[in-house]
Ligand binder design. Sequence first.
Ligand SMILES: Nc1nc2c(c(=O)[nH]1)N[C@@H](CN(C=O)c1ccc(C(=O)N[C@@H](CCC(=O)O)C(=O)O)cc1)CN2
Length: 291
Amino acid sequence: MQRIEGKTVAEAVLATLKQEIAAMGAQGCTPGLAVVLVGEDPASQVYVGSKVKACAELGMYSQKWAMPAETTQEELIDLIKQLNADDRIHGILVQSPPPAHIDEEAVVRAIDPRKDVDGFHPENVAKLVLEDETGFVPCTPLGCMELLKAAGICTQGAHAVVIGRSMIVGKPMANLLLSRKANATVTIAHSRTKDLPAVCRTADILIAAVGRPEMVTADYVKEGAVVIDVGINRIEDPTRPRGYRIVGDVDFESVAPKCKAITPVPGGVGPMTIAMLMSNTVKACKQLAAQ
Ligand SMILES: Nc1nc2c(c(=O)[nH]1)N[C@@H](CN(C=O)c1ccc(C(=O)N[C@@H](CCC(=O)O)C(=O)O)cc1)CN2
């Protein structure tokens, strides 16, 4: 069994980006990212902190906007308009999920698609489906594809099963696997799929993006399959100093012995999400500079 170390792959991606950013800076073009957080969700605060830290480590410009939970939709969209017009900013993202009173779709539509480094804007969704590489692909599925590549997993003709149909992971993941580059045969499964374990057992590559702690057990996995665990779930654990631990959607202990390769949680897909965000911001900077 090969353990796919996302942390190591992410570090390599970031090291390459750091050199590229230094060269861009010498040409007078430093990529800039604006990260917007509405509310005080503890996990979101951690992720936003990691994004700003990654920018600093790479020599990128960043702005962090921490707004109170009661921020109105109008105030948030006003900020986005301001960031759209700011030449120092090439990438804009609003940390998800926002508070319930915010219409996330309307907020995403307000972002200039050329600065939508999360790849959530309908224009970028369309570009992914059309395989137009000028668009931005959501960071987590993009990171999963990089992990498959780094681990030497061939997707050509493979049967990939994606569990989950979210706009952030499941749907873009399926599109990437289906693309003419990857050429996988793709099944998208979800909570209403009949006999989910049986469907998953047909997968050469199983992508778990359900958001349910350790739901995918050994009976979901074919012998020799590749398993990519996208889940990041906090579960209570009084033995830990923080009072919780992070587990994936896959029960690693029972599944790993059956796998050809598997990603751990933590240290698998999560760090790649941040690395791909940095990569998308560099791409946005280059594309905007070329216009
Ligand atoms: N606007 C967005 N919101 C959200 C996205 C996104 O891509 N754009 N993805 C997730 C959260 N996320 C980044 O935003 C993210 C999640 C997890 C990790 C990560 O590195 N996890 C570590 C464990 C971290 C911990 O201890 O808590 C790991 O897996 O090793 C990075 C980014 C939802 N929202």
